[in-house]
Design a protein around this ligand. Structure first.
Ligand code: SF4
Length: 730
């Protein structure tokens, strides 16, 4: 309510929060946790309320604002102050060498971009980024436009988050998505939550875990940190029923060392194997590679497992027995697995563990990579993909009627390298806050400043409007909560949640300004101006988004009868062969066990392993405030969480000032002036918030195969200044 009342006032707060995640309302622009079939009156969490209140805040960032505030002044503002500046209200242009944005008309802005794109010596000198808030319709038109220019340079935020999941699952079960439904949580025996902090990043998942517990499930929580959300949970609405009891969620917390997940998973598999609770018929008939895996496990020594996981054998045995006795197991994960050098391999260890018991394609069992952005999965499904398969491009050619570029494009890391090398003329961002989300902040900033023109389609002010190309444009767009009116009337868009359900979202609030436009409109205008209407009638398409959906139906598999099915109250589920038919679209139509060596997670004597994470007062790179209340950290974000014994060993008190230096292939990156605080984290491990700690993540430190930045594995040293601040001084 604090966020609602301070940003929207009482009436708008009630009105808006009653529409979030409702069947005829709008989808929360927060994470991608699915909505239950039966919605509660208030179907949102605290972070959902913050995300919505942010979109509906009255403050405006317009020509007068930019006249008053220069780029250099704004660059000194902390991120949460930038975020609170308000909604972007009109198109703005930053001329080369200027320190102030100035207003520009939509038509001049569109012409400026299309002239630059048409002036490029090669279509591959254009890079088109997408953040996961973009709707299916906008994303589909965007990829069609970009591909009509001749490039697949379509990096997106999933390159930095669940790309390892897509690769790991795609290679083993034939689909790069999860295989469970929300209902499966109520039919599960054991739910493993590994490398994920749902309490902050997918809060309504706690309701599903609570209900699963009430239905008899056990929960195993694997995380270096004892995250509050999985310790005990009270559903805010229980208070209204005078029910003050909380539900302790995790039956077992395994505080694994950073990078120790693979060792733990091999330990769990050894216990399951020893107990002989295998789904033999499934393994024999529908999988390959089991014997190699058995050999690999036999060669994996328990001492190595204990050392690398940092856990006691009895705890691994206990968890292993819970899994061995389970008839239906779900595994949920997020960045704690994906943002590692071995991200793809460790996810495949999760696959190995579940395949052993046949925990796929039956009630209460399966894989659940939980997406952190409301439509990041949808964007990939409809074509935001720098490395599409030929089959996917064949479908687009059939539906769109023009040839597709076949050479793969740049993902996020390769885009930054290309910008750094002067190979990019136009960097276009559909949403997001690229400079803050990307790794290696200083290198990425230099790379962006090396680009002749950067364009940001955005709702609110952020740091990517201040760290720009030589010339820059801001194109303000409608938020998810706002009415999208086109010639045929009010439009709705569609999104896809973590469980592959496509459903509609219709904005209800009056747009923040008459000078902002919808994302589909912006893409259509740009395409019309850049490539013309030889292939598609871009403006005609966005007069009525049903026309865009008809085009999608003809170009994508699984979107049959799209316009009528998405009008059903709960939308529809996209096909998912492992979930729906327990079949696998792999090269041999079998699920694949894989065998991977234990990763080397040892670091030198005085080194630590750092992981970046979100506070409870942020959503991705959007900083709402300075209070990470679930961890008891308030008022400061430049905080380094360290094990108390590691601090004592160095004679450091709480709030000792330190510098952090990362080490990678002989390179060093230093971030200064952090306050170290004691926290319950394994020895030798550290945690700090992003985006502040992203400057320590080397650009080329990425996961094998998925090229995802290793934000959860940063080798660092920490040097104390010898002084510590009091709370008052801090
Ligand atoms: S759980 Fe995610 S989608 Fe649901 S209200 Fe919260 S932030 Fe929004």
């Amino acid at each position: 309510m604090v966020h609602g009342l301070t940003k929207m006032g009482p009436t708008k707060t009630i009105k808006t929060l009653l529409m979030v995640n409702q069947k005829d309302g709008f989808d929360c622009p927060g994470c991608a946790w699915p909505d239950p079939e039966h919605r509660t009156t208030f179907e949102f969490c605290e972070n959902g309320a913050k995300a919505v209140a942010d979109e509906a805040m009255p403050a405006r960032v317009n020509a007068a604002f930019f006249e008053q505030h220069s780029i250099s002044e704004l660059s000194a503002w902390p991120d949460y102050k930038l975020n609170r500046a308000g909604r972007l209200a009109e198109p703005m242009h930053l001329a080369e060498g200027s320190n102030h944005y100035s207003p520009i008309s939509w038509s001049d802005a569109i012409t400026l971009v299309s002239d630059r794109l048409n002036g490029m010596s090669s279509p591959d000198r254009g890079v088109f980024y997408t953040s996961g808030r973009t709707s299916n319709e906008a994303a589909f038109l965007y990829q069609a436009f970009v591909r009509s220019t001749g490039t697949n340079n379509l990096p997106d935020c999933s390159n930095m988050c669940h790309e390892s999941s897509g690769k790991g699952l795609g290679q083993t079960i034939g689909i790069g998505k999860g295989t469970v439904t929300l209902e499966d949580f109520n039919r599960s025996d054991v739910i493993v939550v590994i490398g994920q902090n749902p309490g902050t990043n997918h809060p309504r998942m706690l309701t599903a875990l609570r209900d699963a517990k009430h239905n008899g499930a056990s929960i195993i929580h694997v995380n270096p940190l004892p995250e509050a959300g999985l310790m005990a949970f009270k559903h805010p609405q229980d208070y209204m029923k005078a029910n003050f009891r909380s539900t302790s969620l995790a039956d077992l917390h395994l505080p694994v060392r950073i990078g120790g997940d693979a060792a733990l998973l091999k330990g769990l598999m050894k216990v399951v194997l020893r107990n002989g609770r295998l789904d033999r018929s499934f393994i024999d008939e529908q999988t390959t590679g089991f014997d190699q895996l058995k050999g690999n496990l036999a060669q994996t020594d328990w001492d190595d497992i204990i050392r690398d996981s940092g856990l006691e054998r009895e705890h691994i045995e206990r968890a292993g027995n819970m899994l061995a006795n389970s008839t239906a197991t779900i595994a949920c994960w997020a960045m704690g697995l994906t943002q590692h050098r071995n991200g793809v391999a460790v996810i495949q260890e999760v696959v190995n563990l579940l395949l052993m018991g046949g925990h796929v394609g039956r009630p209460g069992a399966g894989f659940c990579p939980v997406r952190g952005h409301s439509n990041v999965q949808g964007d990939r499904t409809v074509g935001i993909w720098e490395a599409p398969t030929d089959a996917f491009l064949d479908g687009l050619e059939l539906g769109l009627g023009f040839p597709m570029p076949r050479h793969h494009g740049h993902d996020v890391v390769r885009s930054i390298q290309a910008m750094k090398d002067g190979l990019v003329d136009v960097f276009f961002c559909m949403g997001g806050n690229f400079i803050s989300a990307a790794p290696d902040t200083t290198t990425t900033a230099d790379a962006m400043r090396n680009v002749p023109l950067t364009v940001q389609v955005s709702t609110k002010l952020n740091r990517s409007h201040l760290v720009t190309g030589k010339e820059a444009l801001i194109l303000p767009c409608l938020g998810r909560t706002e009415v999208d009116s086109q010639p045929s009337g009010h439009q709705f868009v569609t999104v896809e949640n973590s469980m592959g359900v496509v459903h509609r979202s219709e904005g209800k609030l009056k747009p923040a300004s008459k000078d902002i436009r919808s994302e589909p409109w912006i893409v259509a205008e740009l395409a019309h101006s850049t490539v013309g209407d030889q292939h598609l009638q871009w403006r005609h398409l966005v007069e009525d988004y049903d026309r865009v959906r008809d085009l999608m139906e003809g170009s994508l598999s699984g979107f049959d009868d799209y316009n009528s099915r998405v009008r059903q109250p709960n939308g529809f589920s996209l096909p998912n062969l492992p979930r729906d038919e327990r079949r696998f679209a792999t090269s041999d139509n079998k699920a694949h066990f894989t065998s991977h060596p234990l990763p080397d997670i040892d670091v030198e004597e005085d080194q630590f392993v750092l992981m970046t994470l979100r506070s409870h007062d942020q959503y991705n790179t959007t900083i709402y405030g300075l209070h990470d209340r679930y961890r008891g950290i308030h008022g400061n974000r430049r905080v380094l969480m360290m094990n108390a014994d590691d601090m004592v060993e160095r004679g450091w008190k709480s709030r000792t000032k330190v510098d952090i230096t990362s080490h990678f292939e002989g390179e060093q990156r230093t971030a200064r002036d952090w306050l170290v605080v004691p926290y319950e984290i394994p020895r030798g491990n550290l945690a700090a918030y992003f985006p502040e700690a992203n400057s320590l993540v080397p650009l080329n430190s990425t996961a094998d195969q998925s090229n995802t930045p290793t934000s959860k594995w940063i080798v660092v040293t920490v040097n104390g200044h010898g002084e510590s601040l009091t709370e008052e001084e801090e």
